[in-house]
Design a protein around this ligand. Structure first.
Ligand code: ATP
Length: 356
């Protein structure tokens, strides 16, 4: 049984301007010990999709879908059952590490309090466990750092302390929302390495939410690309990089800097994410897509296995390594086809290419 199975998850917000469909029929699954990326530009629905797992959509509403965590249907759990799962097995570290901590208490105290909120342990034990956690996230001299206030930590250290906080309940699934935003490249690399170690050594699954495909490439096994609430592509990370099947994914790759990577640059995607109250008909990406044809404006492309054109009908195929994409090309419905290519300079072999 997969650790997490999300099926047809749909989340709406009711605003003065109209209904915002933040997440639209999202399905995927996550295995134990797997690091899974959810990637897309700002407004794609990444955070809302993650918060929905915790039952924290605020004034939004989960209007459809199921979320099975270790076989349990979370959407039918009572608030107290959900709190218990959230406290012990599923935890999330939010976008802004500074906001995770209360500025008037020390970092150590706050992590220790989190441990005590989940488990009946003495103050001394909670302190020892906190020191272990700080050490695990590679904070030097944890005993002296314990009594430091959040403002005395550097950005990278605070981000790691936030991970320590999320690890306090020893979760089976850790959700990290933009964990590397605002960190310099070296600190980013350290944090990503740490996450890889945690996933490997603790058999902990990680759902990593980011706008940065580079971050996904550095530490995820598989990733899902979201656009305006829709899943547009899902694949093992290597394939997503070397053989992107959806024009949006290809465009996303063009917008990330790649130091030391000899890959040709694809043109960046023109335009911006659509108004969430007034999403385009058909393929949500069609107004920005250089390959769009008439069919794209009228029909919403389903997720298909890119190699065979077979439909992805249930979540069962979501955990496999099958490369799926939601583009009419894979149903054979585009006359012009997709003509981008991803070339690795210095290697003879080319991947991607004209998809006709
Ligand atoms: N409380 C809310 N009320 C109304 N709309 C909301 C609310 N929260 C999120 N949304 C909308 O839902 C959509 C998805 O937002 P979400 O925060 O999940 O995007 P994201 O991909 O995580 O982007 P970012 O990285 O900027 O957070 C957006 O259009 C956003 O405006």
């Amino acid at each position: 049984m997969a650790l997490l199975e999300v099926e047809s998850l749909t989340v709406d917000f009711y605003t003065d301007a109209g209904v915002v469909r933040a997440v639209d029929g999202l399905s995927y699954r996550l295995e134990r010990g797997e690091t899974f990326g959810i990637v897309g530009e700002s407004g794609a629905g990444k955070t809302v999709a993650s918060l929905a797992l915790l039952g924290l959509v605020g004034d939004g509403e989960i209007v459809d879908g199921t979320i099975r965590f270790d076989g349990r249907e979370l959407l039918s759990c009572s608030p107290s059952e959900l709190r218990a799962i959230r406290g012990n097995r599923l935890s999330m570290s939010f976008q802004n590490a500074a906001a995770t901590f209360n500025p008037v208490y020390t970092v150590g105290e706050q992590i220790a309090e989190t441990i005590r909120a989940h488990e009946a342990v003495s103050r001394r034990t909670a302190r020892e466990r906190t020191l272990d956690l700080l050490e695990r996230v590679e904070i030097a001299a944890p005993a002296s750092r314990y009594a430091d206030y959040p403002h005395e930590f550097s950005g990278g250290m605070l981000q790691r302390a936030a991970v320590a906080m999320a690890l306090a309940c020893d979760p089976d699934l850790l959700i990290l929302d933009e964990p590397t935003t605002g960190l310099d490249v070296t600190v980013q690399a350290q944090l990503l390495e740490l996450l890889e170690t945690l996933a490997r050594d603790d058999e902990m699954a990680i759902q990593l939410v980011t706008h940065d495909l580079g971050v996904v490439a550095a530490c995820c096994d598989r990733a899902l690309v979201l656009y305006a609430g829709d899943a547009v592509e899902r694949a093992p990370v290597e394939e997503l990089f070397y053989d992107p099947k959806h024009p949006y994914t290809a465009g996303l790759m063009a917008s990330i800097p790649r130091i030391g990577d000899g890959r040709d640059r694809l043109p960046p995607i023109p335009g911006s994410m659509p108004d969430p109250v007034d999403r385009p008909t058909g393929c949500r990406f069609h107004p920005r897509c250089p390959y769009a044809e008439a069919v794209c404006a009228t029909r919403d492309p389903p997720l298909l296995e890119a190699d065979t054109g077979r439909p992805v009908t249930d979540v069962a195929s979501g955990g496999s390594d099958v490369h799926v994409a939601a583009c009419h090309e894979y149903a054979g419905d585009l006359d012009g086809g997709l003509e981008y290519e991803v070339r690795i300079v210095g290697e003879e072999e080319e991947t991607g290419g004209d998809r006709r």
